[in-house]
Design a protein around this ligand. Structure first.
Ligand code: SIN
Length: 476
């Protein structure tokens, strides 16, 4: 495997373009690679390749497709160190988290390698004895997958694994900040024998234009997007023009509820994962901490002590827990949210409000949060903890649901009945009960409300890539 692939990958070939864009290290802006800046014409070539490859790939025996996915997952794991280092360079995340991401990403390929052979149909008892009624599942066709910068490998494989297992072919458009991980996976896919045209990659700095072009392409039958709610809404609107299938994994505003009977040490351990994974830049990040009054002080004290221990620095340093945020705009946004909260009366109980000038943001804990503060409604996407108290369980649930988002929610309580009662009352596609990390390949990942729809991972993850076909057969 070569050092870093830098060109578009179309129809099994590396295609260099004259226009290029720079990928840099978010820690210090050091250049990593100049990448081919795919334009609309390249996107068309990639779509045509995916369309040509579809017939052969979809007709392949499903277990064979599974074997190739399994091989790709294994190949990723064999190269995990190199892939992790690449991820830390282009994304900035701590190296231990990059390693975890490579394993998480490979687990989707392994999972869907198995699921490929389980795309079951059904038979339905007919009213007419002379009929047989069958239901089969067919791949939707070539798919465009548009992935974010925060998990360059896992957000790709969660879509790619399901699509390829179902028999679809793929054109992937990675985020401008982090195209190298996707290109590295394309190289491995080629190495393990994924046929030409089945998986194509068009890196671009013109996401709106090239992404929009993919969306408009007649041959593309489905779009799977992970990213902001704003862009997700635009994609859905544009996809309507051609009635394309859409899966949207969008923003979050996760509540992290700590009830009065919670194991506070467990809650703090869960909070660290739910808040600081990828330096706070995940859509499942705990955005609003809601703590029942009797334990508010004790929880805040324990949390302060644990957060103060976190090491902030360059992602390649093995001690680092919190790396740089992705770019200057992210740093400014986080600083703005903290400044707004402080102006409206929040108290800084740990750290110094960031000034927006540095991407390296030291953790901040704020308490006295109110719904008038912008961070109550906005995904912070950074290492800032916002604490609010609730008088009782009912108030905690009302506060938790006071958001237009509904991706994930967390609740900590020792009481078994309360665990289920609160989990059921929380408006979210996923709930962590005494658990700060819900993401895993076996489980359906996805949201409700403005967090989108469709599920990724699990046995449900393949559904969005298939159409049901009903066949009525007369036998007599
Ligand atoms: C995301 O932030 O979009 C996904 C995070 C995860 O899969 O856990």
């Amino acid at each position: 495997m070569s050092e870093v692939k830098r060109d578009a990958f179309i129809d099994g070939r590396w295609v260099a373009g004259e226009a290029r864009f720079a990928v840099t290290d978010p820690f210090d802006d050091a250049p990593i690679a100049d990448v081919t800046d795919a334009d609309e014409a390249m996107a068309d070539t990639a779509v045509a390749a995916a369309e040509r490859a579809f017939a052969g790939w979809s007709r392949r025996a499903a277990p064979e497709r599974g074997t190739l996915l399994g091989a790709l997952g294994a190949r990723m794991l064999a190269d995990e160190r190199r892939l992790a280092e690449l991820c830390t360079r282009e994304n900035g995340k701590p190296i231990k988290e990059s390693l975890a991401e490579v394993r998480y990403a490979a687990s989707f390929l392994t999972w869907f390698a198995g699921e490929a052979g389980r795309v079951y149909g059904e038979t339905i008892p007919a009213s007419n004895p002379a009929q047989r009624l069958l239901v089969t599942r067919e791949p939707v066709g070539p798919v465009a997958v548009i992935t974010p910068w925060n998990f360059p490998y896992a957000m790709l494989t969660r879509k790619l694994g399901a699509a390829l297992a179902a028999g679809c072919t793929v054109v992937a458009k990675p985020a401008e900040a982090t195209p190298l991980g996707t290109l590295a996976i394309a190289e491995l896919a080629q190495e393990v024998g994924v046929p030409a045209g089945v998986f194509n990659v068009v890196p671009t700095s013109r996401a709106r234009e090239v992404g929009g072009h993919l969306l408009a392409a007649k041959a593309i039958r489905k779009i799977s997007f992970t990213g902001s709610t704003e862009v997700g809404m635009l994609i859905m609107k544009n996809a309507a023009a051609d009635l394309k299938r859409v899966s949207l994994e969008l923003g979050g505003n996760a509540p992290f509820v700590v009830l009065s009977d919670a194991d506070l040490d467990a809650a703090v351990a869960g909070a660290l994962v739910a808040k600081f994974r990828n330096s706070g830049q995940t859509c499942v990040a705990a955005n609003r901490f809601i703590v029942e009054e009797p334990v508010a002080e004790a929880f805040a004290g324990k949390l302060r002590a644990a957060v103060a221990e976190l090491h902030v620095g360059r992602g390649s340093d093995p001690r680092t827990d919190v790396g740089p945020v992705i770019d200057d705009a992210a740093a400014r946004k986080i600083a703005g949210l903290v400044a707004d909260a402080v102006k409206r009366g929040a108290r800084v109980v740990l750290g110094t409000p960031p000034d927006g000038a540095s991407r390296l943001i030291h953790p901040v804990i704020l308490d006295g949060i109110t719904p008038e503060m912008a961070l109550w409604r906005t995904e912070i996407f950074g290492p800032v903890i916002a604490l609010r108290t609730a008088a009782d369980e009912g108030a905690a649930i009302a506060q938790a649901n006071d958001t237009e988002y509904g991706l994930v929610a967390y609740v900590y309580t020792r009481d078994g009945a309360r665990q289920l009662r609160v989990a059921e009352a929380l408006e979210a596609g996923m709930v962590g009960v005494n658990e700060g990390l819900v993401s895993t390949a076996q489980a359906p990942f996805g949201g409700i409300k403005h967090s989108g729809f469709g599920r990724e991972g699990s046995r449900h993850g393949i559904d969005d890539y298939t159409n049901l076909k009903y066949i009525a057969q007369r036998i007599g």
